[in-house]
Design a protein around this ligand. Sequence first.
Ligand code: NAG
Length: 212
Amino acid sequence: MSTIGILTVSLIYLFSRASCQVTRTLGNSNDVCMRIAKDPYFDIDLVVGEPWRIYYSWNMNLETKCLDLVIRNATQEIIKRIWTDMSEYLEQQPYWEAATLHMSMGSPSHELLLFAAQGAAGTFLAVPNVVRNSNIKPMRKGVPLLKFQMKLIRNGKYLLMMDCHVGASTLSARVGRSYRTEIAAEAAALNLGDGHPACVNEKKDDEQFFLN
Ligand SMILES: *[C@@H]1O[C@H](CO)[C@@H](O)[C@H](O)[C@H]1NC(C)=O
């Protein structure tokens, strides 16, 4: 599949229902994934459970949109369901039995099945379920596996997730636990491209609205 195809599928999955704008795509996204992977930190026990909310993004702009990621262990039932929906549409089959995590983004039907990939901790291949509750009818064998690099920051306070093909990245925290100033400081230190705060109308306690 062409680069445009990969972009399209990734974007359909990740961003269409969020109706956000992708502000820039990087030619060297995979290099940035490798940079993140140089100093990996990922622990399943710290990422599953309570929702993560995206508070910052790079190379796409969510603005007032508040998107939550819910991550849980993949069960046989989940694997079977996503296999049924997606196997005929995938360019190549993952090793289905080895699926480790399930992630939903924004809505329960907007889901990814994640497979720990070779290499650094936090490197995943992913099957996007692009057909569940949607009108999207992909071509047979037309959907590539996606690749993500994830990394926990500050002992699991923040979760960084990068799409290695498109170059879009998100920084998430558990809902309502972090101040904007802290998030902005983390984001600045990461410096992953064209950055934007997300979910900008939410404020914690008496914190000022964070406008830039
Ligand atoms: C999820 O899987 C991990 C490792 O595979 C395990 O340590 C953990 O207990 C599981 N969590 C739940 C909630 O089942």
